[in-house]
Design a protein around this ligand. Structure first.
Ligand SMILES: [Zn+2]
Length: 117
């Protein structure tokens, strides 16, 4: 699950395929059409939550534990091809170029793995 943290207003919000923004409007983001990759713009910091452990902990709620339950969450690297910073999330031409680049990187990765066998 991908989320964004806005450094200006401290808001944290989940993204969807429809564009969303933080309370102050300085950070925006959305999933691309493939539902796997996402883009954001502005003052945001990309975050991730590991769906597997999160869903396991949620399924146990309510529970009695003095410290609650942990799950995996992280700040996404700026190098991540799955959550890219773009100049304007409403610029669809920029996504098309991004998706082409992602498919190209994937094809190189698949070809390099294929060569091992
Ligand atoms: Zn904000």
């Amino acid at each position: 699950m991908k989320l964004l943290y806005c450094k200006k207003c401290d808001d944290v919000f989940r993204i969807y395929k429809e564009p969303r923004s933080c309370r102050c409007g300085k950070t925006k983001g959305k999933y691309l059409e493939d539902g796997l990759h996402a883009v954001y713009q502005g003052e945001g910091v990309p975050l991730g939550i590991g769906d597997g452990e999160f869903n396991r902990q949620i399924s146990k709620f309510p529970f009695n534990a003095s410290k609650g339950k942990n799950f995996d969450a992280w700040v996404t690297s700026v190098d991540s091809i799955r959550f890219q910073c773009v100049s304007d999330i409403d610029n669809e031409e920029e996504y098309k170029e991004l998706l082409k680049a992602i498919r190209f990187v994937r094809s190189i990765h698949i070809n390099s793995n294929y060569g091992r066998y």
